[in-house]
Design a protein around this ligand. Structure first.
Ligand SMILES: Cc1cc2nc3c(=O)[nH]c(=O)nc-3n(C[C@H](O)[C@H](O)[C@H](O)COP(=O)(O)O)c2cc1C
Length: 196
């Protein structure tokens, strides 16, 4: 009898350790932290076809927009993600004032949310209210969403505007920027990635 009690105590302790390890690996709402080298994602297809929600700002005052342009890579010895934001976007001012930005890839069933956030401005709409996006917060107080399946948290390390005279193929500049509203590129050092 005594032996049985001891055994169940040991088993209980082992299970508690397993539970603690599992909880520390899986963050809020089923997101699991991974390193950039563990990313198993056809990322170019993800960016181009699934699109991204780019979010910047503080917990109390943030904005998000849809993007289908982006780059992931390795630069200055760091893993980086770059987004391209036109100056007329409401998100632009949040990108300017924030130290961090996040990139959230949503599951396919949330395409309506991406369509809304890609055609309406946060100046005119409360996108959280209109779309049902559920904000979650990283340890650095940056915003991502429960509807996400992949989240990349970035610290801004470089920002600059495209310039007409720098295009080696000027047809792109003429076609994409007839009114001179050149995107600003924000290179972000990847500080965290989570997947579901
Ligand atoms: C599929 C798609 C991709 C987009 N990609 C970008 C992008 O990479 N950069 C950008 O500045 N705007 C992009 N936009 C436009 C913005 O998402 C859109 O203007 C949005 O309403 C801006 O919202 P905001 O004013 O609240 O920032 C895209 C729109 C769609 C639908």
């Amino acid at each position: 009898m005594l032996k049985k009690t001891k055994l169940s105590k040991v088993l209980g302790a082992v299970l508690a350790v397993f539970a603690a390890v599992a909880t520390s690996c899986v963050s809020e709402k089923g997101f699991k932290p991974i390193s950039v080298k563990e990313l198993r994602e056809p990322i170019v297809k993800t960016i181009a076809d699934d699109w991204l929600l780019v979010t910047a700002g503080s917990k109390d005052n943030f904005n998000m927009m849809t993007a289908s342009w982006g780059e992931i890579g390795h630069l200055w010895g760091e893993p980086v993600f770059t987004v391209f934001i036109r100056p007329q976007r409401y998100t632009y001012q949040f990108m300017e004032s924030s130290k961090y930005f996040t990139v959230t890839v949503l599951s396919e069933q949330y395409r309506d949310i991406l369509n809304f956030c890609g055609t309406r401005s946060g100046r005119d709409y409360d996108k959280i209210k209109e779309t049902g996006l559920v904000p979650l917060y990283t340890d650095l107080d940056n915003v991502y969403y429960e509807q996400g399946r992949l989240v990349i948290e970035c610290e801004k390390i470089y920002a600059d505007d495209f310039k007409a005279e720098k295009f080696t193929d000027s047809s792109i500049s003429e076609k994409v920027y007839p009114s001179g509203d050149f995107h600003r590129m924000y290179i972000g050092k990847i500080v965290n990635i989570w997947v579901k």
